[in-house]
Ligand binder design. Structure first.
Ligand SMILES: C[S@@+](CC[C@H](N)C(=O)[O-])C[C@H]1O[C@@H](n2cnc3c(N)ncnc32)[C@H](O)[C@@H]1O
Length: 187
């Protein structure tokens, strides 16, 4: 819990909030995923790693981020700030052995480059919050049939438009939620 408190207290622009971070952390402990991809790195990355650290899982986490200005937002260099936070929070042994891969790239370009045979358990969207970008990520990731889909910040704005569509409803059912972070499970 000490680690969660340290992450909660970090100041990152537009990052997930403590209740949402706790949902991510508990999810890792309960579901024991082996391969996670998240788009948009930052505090979410730290909560994923906290869950992996706590459960001593051999779990691959790939975090994709442009790490540059995104329209009106300046997210600093997310890769550096996330890397610095990792070094200050986790012990050396964990860092030496964890399976975290940060990728500096547009999320959709990255998903399209992943080999078809990858076994992906979890996909989390928290990158560019436009309906079109979310739609493209979701469609691109479908080839891997992840069992879980986590969606941050799009829930309220996009709920009516996206998540009520037949395409989405056929594949995903709502599982849990904290504030603006929802977890969906494959039907
Ligand atoms: C709202 S922040 C959330 C980051 C992280 N999940 C957190 O909890 O701190 C959104 C991130 O998405 C990144 N981003 C924006 N457009 C992107 C794109 N097309 N591909 C990948 N990342 C993108 C931004 O650089 C920013 O770091």
């Amino acid at each position: 819990m000490e680690i969660l408190k340290q992450i909660d207290d970090l100041k990152f622009i537009s990052a997930i909030k403590p209740e949402e971070g706790k949902l991510v952390y508990d999810f890792v402990i309960e579901q024991k995923p082996r391969f996670i991809i998240e788009t948009g790195m930052g505090k979410s990355t730290l909560y994923w790693l906290a869950g992996i650290n706590q459960s001593r899982l051999a779990c691959h986490l790939t975090s994709v981020d442009l790490c540059e200005e995104d329209g009106d937002h300046n997210y600093d260099n997310r890769m550096h700030s996330t890397g610095d936070a990792i070094k200050s929070i986790f012990d050396e042994d964990f860092i030496k052995n964890f399976l975290w891969q940060p990728i500096k790239m547009d999320s959709i370009k990255f998903i399209k480059k992943i080999p078809d045979h990858l076994h992906l358990d979890v996909f989390m969207h928290d990158s560019k919050h436009t309906i079109e970008h979310l739609r493209q990520e979701l469609h691109a990731i479908e080839i891997f049939k992840p069992e879980w889909f986590l969606c941050h910040d799009c829930i309220h704005d996009f709920a009516k438009i996206n998540f009520s569509q037949e395409w989405f409803k056929k594949r995903w059912k709502h599982y849990k939620q904290a504030r603006h972070l929802a977890i969906f499970k494959r039907k």
